[in-house]
Design a protein around this ligand. Structure first.
Ligand code: DAH
Length: 339
């Protein structure tokens, strides 16, 4: 019996040392220590022993049992340790791997300039309105005092969609829509795309952008026009900027002006940006023609107003010293990333 117990001890320990997982350990525990296990089977035979041998064998059997129990505990704790190591290895973060760079976009230079203009005009009490890019002949020309056969229509080569529908050539169309809808006092700007059938070159594009402005109230004079546009120009180009009002002609304003600013690049001496003249033309403006007011149901005896149309592309290219207007439309990231 002693031999048999020793054999069980050896076998069990060897088997436990070789066990691969906790399920195998459990099977061995049942096999050796379970109710129907090998040790129990041996203990059942104790009755056949002499009274002298019985306690000795009992003691040995207990020792073997304790030995196997501790071998089980060791095997299980080894397994837990290995499992933990494996998990730690799998879950380890390599903090030396370089991080992913999120690329942050930036505003297009046109939007940048537009946002600045909106801020400036909002601070002077203007609101921002929107108008359709597909217009009727009436809003784009007729109501702006440009009748059929008027020579001014030749100045603005128009994309016609039908005889009566066109892609607006100027944001001025929104002046009419606004005056039809609202009663004075009116102070609004309308930024947007405009279209003319121009050939593409460094300073022309068939689609470009204007920011229209309109003020109508009692007692509005040319002084208000000058003050407003001078304030805007100095905010955009800097407080040293000189502003020049040149007489001009637009069918929808009387009198009409074009506004130049001293070149921000050379300060007026003449350079590439201003094409040697020292001045940059940025907008057309004037006092709203009485016929235009009347056509919108506003009494020109009671109200007067001024209007202007800023060339947003021009403003943007000169502000940022961009030499070619096409860069604004090509969406070349190498160019756009500079802003
Ligand atoms: N619409 C004119 C253009 O495209 C610019 C302009 C001039 C707008 C005078 C105005 C204005 O509102 O009063 O050339």
């Amino acid at each position: 019996m002693q031999q048999k117990l020793e054999q069980i001890r050896q076998e069990a320990k060897a088997a436990l040392a070789a066990a691969e997982d906790s399920k195998a350990v459990d099977e061995l525990r049942v096999r050796y220590l379970g109710k129907k296990g090998e040790i129990t089977a041996i203990l059942k035979q104790m009755g056949s022993l002499s009274a002298e041998e019985r306690p000795k064998m009992g003691q040995l059997a207990n020792e073997v049992r304790a030995d196997i129990e501790s071998a089980i505990a060791v095997a299980l704790s080894e397994m837990n340790k290995k499992a933990l190591e494996l998990r730690l290895k799998k879950e380890t973060l390599d903090i030396s791997i370089p991080g992913k760079q999120e690329t942050v976009g930036s505003l297009h230079p046109l939007n940048n300039t537009l946002n600045k203009l909106i801020d400036i005009f909002k601070s002077m009490g203007f609101d921002v309105v929107d108008g359709p890019e597909i217009e009727t002949d009436y809003y784009n020309f007729e109501a702006l005092n440009v009748p059929q056969d008027h020579p001014a229509r030749d100045m603005q080569d128009t994309f016609y969609l039908t005889e009566n529908m066109l892609l607006r050539t100027q944001t001025s169309a929104t002046q009419i829509r606004t005056m039809e809808k609202r009663k004075p006092p009116i102070r609004m700007i309308c930024p947007g795309r405009v279209y003319r059938s121009d050939d593409v070159d460094a300073t022309h594009s068939p689609v470009f952008h204007q920011v229209e402005g309109l003020v109508v109230d009692k007692g509005i004079t040319m002084c208000d026009l000058k003050g407003t546009l001078e304030t805007m120009a100095k905010e955009i180009y800097g407080s040293d900027t000189k502003v020049k009002f040149r007489p001009s002609f637009f069918p929808f304003t009387e009198p009409s002006v074009e506004v130049d600013v001293s070149c921000s690049e050379c300060g007026g001496k003449g350079c590439r940006v201003c094409k040697g003249s020292g001045w940059i033309e940025i907008l057309g403006a004037g006092m709203v023609h009485p016929k235009v007011l009347q056509g919108c149901g506003i009494d020109p005896e009671e109200y007067s107003g001024f209007a202007f149309g800023i060339g947003l592309d021009r403003l943007t290219t000169t502000r940022h010293k961009i030499s070619d207007i096409r860069l604004l439309f090509e969406n070349d990231l190498r160019f756009l990333k500079q802003f």
